[in-house]
Design a protein around this ligand. Sequence first.
Ligand code: SAM
Length: 197
Amino acid sequence: MEPEMGAWSTLEYVTISRESAASGCNFYLTSVPALLVENLPQNLKSWVGKPTKVTSEEVTGISGNGRMCLLDPRAEKELAPEDAESFDWFVFGGILGDDPPRDRTAELRKLGYEGRHLGKLQMTTDTAVRVTRMVIENQINLAGIPYADYPELKLNKNEATQMPFRYVKGEDGQPVMPEGMLELIGKDADKSFDDFF
Ligand code: SAM
């Protein structure tokens, strides 16, 4: 995880927590600075223990001899439904997307886990977890998942912003995003507009 947990990451982790609870999976946030473990944002705190575990330990410390899969945009193989037979743990970089991506997942690649990609486009972390769940639990091929690529989000009457990520497309045709994310993006846009003057 990144050393700090900003509002954006927190909303992603709350969403991963909610979806993990619904599907009966554990969700571990590892390498979290000790001070942050004690002072988690309130909206995430309410998920701790059900199913979220937040620890300063590294992923290598908690996974024992489990069969690990690193979700890595640069992996040679794509994640496929049959991987459900091969892996017990799925590891994601707890890092925010950057545009262009800086390959910060490389830090985790050093651990030597087997890697799988989810296609060429960078996803937000909660999207990467959601897509992994659809492939592994729902047994859908990557090609069978409906995506919203680089969606334009309308923030208000006058402003829109384009997100440089791939999302899953929901039944309403809109990108699936954490609750509260649209509002947060709108606020950030206002802030940078203010900074400009
Ligand atoms: N910008 C970061 C980089 O360059 O490594 C990626 C950040 S991404 C928002 C966070 C995590 O989601 C990645 O570390 C990876 O585990 C997962 N992820 C996102 N898109 C992916 C893809 N297309 N294939 C595999 N994993 C992906």
